[in-house]
Design a protein around this ligand. Structure first.
Ligand code: PLP
Length: 366
């Protein structure tokens, strides 16, 4: 990325020679992204990240197709980038159905089928959940959408670069991804748009990105995103095995040393690097602060909702009671983690939980 911040500062839309170098770098990044998804480079539009890609997909489809209907189907466990976009569209007169999930967070396919009407223009359901890592039956949802001739968008921000994400197999028309979820830069993402899809732009202005997304492109970010895709293609499968081993070790250690802990998410159909639990009789936030003092970075619910007193809408949708959802704790395992890191969490967390439970006004030990 570095040369594109300094020496190679050309604007890719300009005519001069070093502009074409920037343009070539951008187009080769487009090829790298397309290769990871198994699609054509022309079907990739660069965005400022996952949130913009989700907004573009959802608003772009419903505005361009509102002559056909006004109904959107989504799930109760979407990231706020999708959830709040749907809430906004409800205020604009669109109807939204939020499909339930089971206790593992898997979308109810029968409820989905029953929700379809002749006014349904879009189904948007995430590939894997960011809080507890459950992987949704996207291929089956893709088939249902296709049979009913409804556009299907999936927020694949948590899966791209982590598990195989072949668009043909998934059967989606639109797919969002974000660079910083797989070691690329923040502020760089993309939306896959299947050729022939009727979609309005989200951002209006110049003729960039084949008239689909106006604005001078973030060349260093795009170059970084492309490189992250290239590396992911080489490393992804090996890393998945490594992360699941670390995750299983972490899980074993925590469940054997702390009682009254529940696993959230599906025990098998989940991302290898996501380990999410609820620890009863303790506040998630208090665990996070104590872990942070020990140099351990973890999350409770989603990063965006941390700091709010409301428990995660995802855990509540899975039927987890309020008081238990408050004790949510999520560890994300990545390229930089080692067995020693896991050992340290197993050593430190039980002490923290014991201390907090002893002070807890709600706990059985309080
Ligand atoms: N969708 C999901 C599932 C996510 O996990 C995130 C980020 O956490 C986003 C969308 C938003 O992506 P970005 O941070 O690139 O805007």
């Amino acid at each position: 990325m570095l040369p594109y911040f300094s020496d190679q500062y050309g604007n890719p839309s300009s005519i001069y020679r070093f502009a074409s170098e920037a343009n070539e770098a951008k187009e080769s990044a487009r090829e790298q992204v397309a290769k990871l998804l198994g699609v054509k480079p022309q079907e990739i539009v660069f965005t400022s990240g996952g949130t913009e890609a989700d907004n573009f997909a959802i608003k772009g489809i419903v505005y361009a197709n509102k002559n056909k209907g006004n109904h959107i189907i989504t799930s109760k466990i979407e990231h706020h980038a999708v959830f709040n976009t749907c809430k906004y569209l409800e205020k604009q007169g669109f109807k939204v159905t939020y499909i339930s999930v089971d206790k593992y967070g898997i979308v109810d396919l029968n409820e989905l089928k029953d929700a379809i009407t002749d006014k349904t223009i879009l189904i948007t359901i995430m590939y894997a959940n960011n809080e507890m890592g459950t992987i949704e039956p996207i291929e089956e949802i893709g088939k249902i959408a296709k049979e009913n001739k409804i556009y299907f968008h999936t927020d694949a921000v948590q899966t791209v670069g982590k598990i195989p994400t072949n668009v043909d197999e998934l059967g989606c028309d639109l797919l969002s991804l974000s660079g910083h979820k797989f070691y690329g830069p923040k502020g760089a993402g993309a939306l896959y748009i299947k050729k022939g899809t009727r979609i309005d732009p989200l951002i209006h202005g110049g003729h960039h990105e084949r008239n689909r997304r106006a604005g001078t492109e973030n060349v260093p970010g795009i170059v970084g995103l492309g490189k992250a895709c290239e590396i992911a293609l080489e490393e992804r499968d090996k890393e998945e095995i490594k992360f699941s081993k670390l995750r299983d070790k972490l899980s074993q250690g925590i469940f054997s040393k702390i009682d009254d802990v529940i696993l959230t998410g599906h025990p098998e159909h989940r991302l290898a690097g996501t380990f999410s639990i609820c620890v009863k009789y303790v506040e998630g936030e208090s665990m996070l602060l104590n872990l942070d003092l020990e140099g351990i970075a973890a999350s409770s619910g989603s990063a965006c909702t941390s700091g709010s007193l409301e428990p995660s809408h995802v855990l509540l949708a899975m039927g987890i009671p309020h008081e238990i959802a408050h004790g949510s704790l999520r560890f994300s395992l990545g390229r930089g983690n080692t067995e020693e890191d896991v050992d340290r969490v197993i050593e430190v967390l039980p002490r923290i939980v014991e201390k907090l439970r002893a002070m807890s006004p709600f706990g059985k030990r309080g």
